[in-house]
Design a protein around this ligand. Structure first.
Ligand SMILES: [Ca+2]
Ligand SMILES: [Ca+2]
Ligand SMILES: [Ca+2]
Ligand SMILES: [Ca+2]
Length: 358
């Protein structure tokens, strides 16, 4: 508003606002350090508005906000439950059990109803307040009247339901346990097969292998071996006729296997054996001889004018025989050919020569 002054004028801000008169802004009366403190009751909330404020009594109080008085809730009979005493408090109220009673599950019951009753309950039962009285209730895992409680055999009650697969149910006093079958282990949620082969917790014979299966393991003999009691023994494939060897070969048994070996003078593989043509190899026959191949072998035939010696590895010219003759002092009796043979024999032996063919 405008105010006249001698020789001038001034501008004033309206109530609840502050400023120089040209510019006015709201004052927050609810602020603790406000230049215009509010007048609300200590039991009221202050709400600032543009240019003003208002007050509202807190819960449990009634009034216009400037004056708030406590509401006496205890004047209303239904505020507290039966057997309870209502106590009015400033801005609130409290319900408490009347003397000699105690609060239990929403009601007030006689304090000593269970204290006295406990002796009537079985040691494994608990006293339960119920509508001003009590009853005895067997604790979990036990069943009975409450004055008498006995273990619940959970295992016989619900077989196959309580325990996971591959486990036994074991009844205990007040509870039960699940025990994994042999060969299984508890992995926290269920019983799982133990892989004995992987954990190394197995015993298999030499040349046998571990094979895991559910709940156990077994040993299988390696290929080429057969189960022989607790051992794995070599299979003699040859004597059992399990191997069909090709012609010109024989079967050789080995530990864990067998193979076909070509006869001497033959070559090939496990499916065929063929004669070796030794004559294709230059070293087969000695000098002055001709190689003749045969099945499984070969012959060296000395060239004309040469003869094979005792060791069959050389062909010598007949000359050697005659030199032999001259070296040995002999008298040949032509009418006694056996004498001649005898002398040749003597010579041949001394020279390591053959007398064959004479
Ligand atoms: Ca039990
Ligand atoms: Ca297993
Ligand atoms: Ca074998
Ligand atoms: Ca041959």
């Amino acid at each position: 508003s405008c105010a006249n002054t001698p020789g001038s004028f001034s501008c004033l801000c309206p109530p609840g606002m502050e400023g120089n008169g040209f510019h006015c802004r709201d004052v927050n009366e609810c602020d603790q350090n406000s230049t215009l403190p509010h007048n609300c009751s200590a039991q009221a909330f202050c709400f600032n508005t543009n240019g003003s404020y208002f007050c509202q009594c807190q819960d449990g109080y009634q009034g216009d906000g400037f004056i708030c008085s406590d509401i006496d809730e205890c004047q209303v009979a239904t505020t507290c439950l039966k057997n309870m005493t209502c106590s009015n408090l400033l801005g609130s109220y409290a319900c408490s059990c009347t003397m000699g009673l105690e609060y239990s599950e929403g009601t007030c019951v006689s304090e000593d109803v269970c204290r006295n009753a406990s002796s009537n309950c079985h040691p494994l039962a608990e006293c339960v307040h119920h509508q001003g009285s009590f009853y005895c209730h067997c604790v979990d895992g036990y069943v009975g009247s409450g004055t008498d409680c006995s273990d619940v055999n959970e295992c016989s009650q619900s077989i196959n339901k309580l325990c996971p697969a591959f486990s036994h149910c074991l009844n205990t006093n007040g509870s039960y346990m699940c025990d994994c079958w042999t060969g299984f282990q508890n992995n926290g949620t269920h019983c799982q097969d133990i892989d004995e082969c992987e954990t190394g917790n197995f015993t298999c014979p030499v040349n046998g292998s571990c094979a895991n299966h559910e709940g156990s393991y077994n040993c299988t003999c390696d290929p080429g071996f057969s189960n022989n009691g607790s051992l794995c023994s070599d299979i003699d494939e040859c004597s059992l006729g399990l191997v069909q060897c090709p012609n010109f070969s024989h079967c050789i048994n080995t530990v864990g296997s067998s193979f076909c070996e070509c006869w001497e003078g033959y070559q090939g593989n496990s499916s065929i054996c063929e004669d070796i043509n030794e004559c294709l190899y230059n070293l087969s026959c000695p000098e002055y001889s001709m190689c003749v191949n045969s099945n499984g072998s070969y012959l060296c035939l000395c060239d004309n004018g040469f003869s094979q010696m005792n060791d069959l590895s050389t062909c010598n010219h007949f000359f050697l025989f005659f030199s032999c003759l001259f070296e040995v002092e002999i008298t040949i009796t032509l009418d006694k050919p056996e004498t001649l043979t005898e002398y040749f024999s003597t010579c041949a032996n001394s020279q390591h020569l053959s007398t064959e063919g004479f």
